[in-house]
Design a protein around this ligand. Sequence first.
Ligand SMILES: C[S@@+](CC[C@H](N)C(=O)[O-])C[C@H]1O[C@@H](n2cnc3c(N)ncnc32)[C@H](O)[C@@H]1O
Length: 280
Amino acid sequence: MNRGQIRFQVRERLRKSGIPRAALEADILCSEVFGCSREDLLAHPERQVEPEEENRISSLAEARIARVPVAYLKGRASFWGLDLLVGPGCLIPRPETEVLVETALELFRKGRFLDWGTGSGCVALALLSEREEATALMMEKSPLALLWAWRNLNRFPFRHRALLWHGNSIRRIPSSWLPLDLIVGNPPYIPSSEIPLLMEDVRLYEPILALDGGPDGLQDVLTILRDAENALVSGGWLLLEIAGSEQAETLRATSNQAFELACVRKDFAGKERIAVWRRR
Ligand SMILES: C[S@@+](CC[C@H](N)C(=O)[O-])C[C@H]1O[C@@H](n2cnc3c(N)ncnc32)[C@H](O)[C@@H]1O
């Protein structure tokens, strides 16, 4: 069998099982196994395929049909131009989280910051890559996710400017890290009742601890808001990703003596996404 034939076969298998972008995903899986670019795959359909390659592509297609996310199959995801390792146990970085990074970079030039729920480490790594005089405390509750953050941190030259911390509360941050200049976080914010409605790719494979934000999705957001009071310097910033306008409205209506809600930034799709508070 040649590359063109196998590409067509995989595309048809994915299409028949209802995968929305079957042609694109078939090419991604084939390129992954052949170790070539998509352009190279299209340019040389005549190249012969080794039996091991055929088996490998077939098992990747089978896993995709079972709705395993493509990023987990590739073992990689791109975020803020960084190539990150991902797999079961850590959330796949999303494009809207880049707005969190963008906003943080506008407000923060140097100092200490906390990345609450670091997951793959994407947010902290993006900020460290842009701010040479910053140090990061990368906090994560899930040991599995922490392992992905560790794998990723170790691939970058600025690893000495970060500490991975297996923790679940700002209240227990080591005192040597306080006060912080910035807290960023993409906490779980999906209301529990909406979890069963998520796409299978997400619902079946991405960690529930990264998704479920309790009854109104704001459980962790409000805990962070409460605990950040004693961890941030006066004038310091707290930036959290949220689900959209409903949560933004709730937060606008939540009075807080320690923080002023400066703004809620929209993502590329126009959804209210990044809540920005300033410590008074
Ligand atoms: C939505 S994911 C975000 C991951 C990553 N920061 C990103 O943007 O892709 C939320 C992360 O918070 C972690 N988490 C949940 N509760 C936590 C807690 N109380 N303390 C620390 N991390 C927590 C989850 O394990 C998950 O990795």
